[in-house]
Design a protein. Structure first.
Length: 145
């Protein structure tokens, strides 16, 4: 079922194609579903994720988040560092990056404390520039550093 976020009386929920509210408007903010999860922001301003039934499946403990992509979501902890969680809410790549982006084609861009940018795979391994060139040209072999 395709759901869209809707705002009623300052709170956000989700409605079906007919406009019927199927997930009550109880969130301060929320965005659409990706990989079966939608991020929500609670009254404290913290972020978590709900499933398509509206159940809070990942508690609102994160300062900021990105939507799920390739079954991982970038999350920012209370220290301001970024890492990645899986759809069950487990931290699979520790929060150690100063910025992070969503996964695309198996890699995500991250920035370290020195301001250097890297691409990592879904296990957090940095990928080499030669791997990224092969990814872009379609020849794709593993280029783990």
């Amino acid at each position: 079922m395709k759901l869209q976020s809707v705002r009623r009386q300052g709170l956000v929920g989700f409605a079906d194609k007919a406009g019927q509210i199927v997930i009550p408007c109880r969130w301060r903010d929320a965005r659409g579903f990706h990989c079966g999860r939608a991020w929500v922001r609670d009254e404290r301003g913290l972020y978590g994720f709900i499933d398509e039934a509206g159940t809070l499946v990942i508690p609102c403990v994160w300062q900021r988040v990105y939507s799920f992509s390739e079954d991982l979501a970038a999350v920012q902890d209370s220290s301001g560092k970024w890492g990645y969680i899986d759809k069950g809410g487990s931290l699979v790549i520790p929060c150690r990056w100063t910025s992070a982006r969503s996964f695309t084609r198996g890699t995500a861009a991250v920035e370290d404390a020195a301001g250097a940018f890297h691409h990592i795979d879904s296990q957090g391994n940095r990928k080499s520039l030669s791997f990224l060139r092969r990814l872009l040209d379609g020849s794709g072999r593993d280029g783990t550093e």
